[in-house]
Write a protein that binds this ligand. Sequence first.
Ligand SMILES: N[C@@H](CCC(=O)N[C@@H](CS)C(=O)NCC(=O)O)C(=O)O
Length: 286
Amino acid sequence: MTNQYVPPKVWQNEPSSGNQWANINRPDSGARFDRELPVGEHPLQLYSLGTPNGQKVTILLEELLALGIKQAEYDAHLIKIGESDQFSSGFVAVNPNSKIPALVDNSGETPVNVFESASILVHLAEKFGKFLPESGSARTQTFNWLFWAQGSAPFLGGGFGHFYAYADEKQEYPINRFAMEAKRQLDVLDKQLANNTFVAGEEYTIADMAIWPWYGNLVLGKLYDAAEFLQVESYENVVRWAKQIAEREAVQRGRIVNRPFGEEWEQVLERHSAEDIDKVMALKPE
Ligand SMILES: N[C@@H](CCC(=O)N[C@@H](CS)C(=O)NCC(=O)O)C(=O)O
């Protein structure tokens, strides 16, 4: 093998190849500059971006609102991770891990900071008593698949997506390794969805909301432009489930919040009321 990388004795902070995210990565954590977060009028303040991890939360919030739960009204503030917004002192105070999504729940006596998308899903599902079965096997199944999503999606996003779509240099070894894992995960899901309407059984839960933004978008051709490469149509049960969820109005609303990319009709940069989404959705061609 030629040009083989030989790791030095001690790792040095000298990225070997750039990509659009390279300038934000550093090997330390914490605030890089002082700036408070904006606060809107609703009890729920979300700081996010419309990536799959961000979509999970806005889909749940829109589902709660669709049920008529007015207390789920929220302000969604745009965090531009490519411009380092996640390293402001205000954001780090809410999420020391400097990653979207982050939520501040001001509905109680003292504000509650919630970070990690799955923790936010559980917080909201428990708060409103929806989309998370209260007990028994259905609850356990929901947690199984919620945790599956949290453990698996980084191999799809940080692994496959990074090397296939974002890295400047296309390298065979990591693309092969992570394509193999992405396909294995799709096969796991496909088998589960062969015998179940939704991932955790017959009920639509926060597990679907955690998995759909990654694997649903992937098989619908909306993630990494990798549908052909991964032959996603062969996962027929995942495609059936992905389409079924994509038809839900709350999903169509939630997936476009805090989204500064895509078509004009799918970019709701900030959401402070339902009208912010209505206005943008009205731009969608028939
Ligand atoms: N495990 C976290 C992952 C969150 C995450 O990776 N967020 C990405 C965007 S999808 C981010 O904020 N990246 C900014 C950075 O790495 O600096 C969760 O589920 O909330």
